[in-house]
Design a protein around this ligand. Structure first.
Ligand code: HEM
Length: 121
């Protein structure tokens, strides 16, 4: 499941993104070396895992919001991947970003995706 849903939804989402951004598609066709940064950009753009749920282990204030111990929260990776304060021009599909792997699609911390290096191949 972890490796199947994510990769096929990245592939189909990537095809759709290239179709919707013909300029980027033309640049990729002219210079296939751009695949190195286009693949992580496609994964950010598509964000095939929309969210995961966590249970708070302790009280924590984050973004002005209080989260109490034992409350359940949803971490929206797809929202983080459109966060302009973290990713410049987050609402644009750019196949040669300066830091294409700096996104949230693989999660963070000890449960960060085990297959991310394979997913990026
Ligand atoms: C585009 C491809 C992929 C994306 C976007 C993706 C995304 C994610 C995300 C968001 C998580 C949860 C991280 C968290 O809970 O903080 C995760 C976990 C995981 N992924 Fe992936 N994944 C991808 C491909 C793969 C592949 C190819 C494999 C294995 C062949 C894989 C294996 C796993 C496993 C085993 C975990 C659980 C890790 C843990 O809980 O410690 N993933 N992935």
């Amino acid at each position: 499941m972890a490796g199947s849903d994510t990769t096929r939804h990245s592939i189909t989402g990537g095809l759709l993104a290239l179709d919707q951004h013909p300029g980027e598609y033309a640049r990729l066709r002219a210079n296939p070396a751009l695949l190195e940064s286009a693949v992580p950009e496609i994964i950010r753009w598509q964000s095939p895992v929309a969210y995961m749920r966590r249970t708070a282990l302790a009280d924590l204030e984050i973004g002005g919001k209080m989260i109490r111990k034992d409350e359940k929260i949803a971490m929206w990776y797809v929202s983080g991947n459109r966060d302009e304060s973290a990713i410049p021009q987050a609402d644009q599909f750019i196949i040669d970003r300066a830091r294409p792997r700096a996104h949230a699609a693989f999660g963070f911390g000890i449960h960060r995706c085990l297959g991310q290096r394979l997913g990026l191949r």
